[in-house]
Design a protein around this ligand. Sequence first.
Ligand code: MN
Length: 244
Amino acid sequence: MRILISNDDGVYSPGIAALAEVALKFGEVRVVAPDVEMSSASHSITAWRPLLYKPTPLKDITAFRVNGTPADCVALGIYHWDKVDVVLSGINLGTNLGNGLWHSGTLAAAKQAVLFGARGIAFSTPSTDKEPDFEALKPWVEDVLKLLLPDPALMLINVNLPTSPKGLRWTRQSVRHYDGKVMPSRDPLGRTHFWFTVIPLEETEQDTDRWAVEQGYISMTPLRLDLTNEHELREAAQRHPLNE
Ligand code: MN
């Protein structure tokens, strides 16, 4: 099995090394990741300047760095390596839950894999002042891969690992809340500036990704790229019949 590893924290993040080390137990591994942090880049691509693809040292793993986004990295990684089976993205320093999926560069790498006909699995874990304990998380990542990799029906999965997991849960995306918030402040010269910050949420719905991580479970959410609202499509066609 050919496993391409990417992320949005950059090729030198400790999370990507941890993920690559676990992946080595499942097949051939190659890392292609942004040369700098690209968190919240979502699924953006670089269409207005050329991209570079440079070999880079990363323990004993074949690795390349790209001056682009996570989606760029997966596109170039698949271009340079035939028959990639699956793209693993992460392990991100910070969760990717609920409406945060719209901004996630970590998930975008997995989505890009699916657009190119491969499978994609994104991994994220909370990041506080303290760096995540990747050594403790590695056996859990291995358990998740043992479960997900043999099932080809699972094309796109978003996985979030709590700090100290106590088990696995299948979840849905929590879409009820949005934790993004604009915070105005002043810079040292007295000018108003703005930070886009995260506010903590309460009352998460049971069986959602956010709920599972709060309860200490690893959240696994199967996702799809087709955003069509099937219900509204049917309803709209009935309410507004069009002449053919
Ligand atoms: Mn990130």
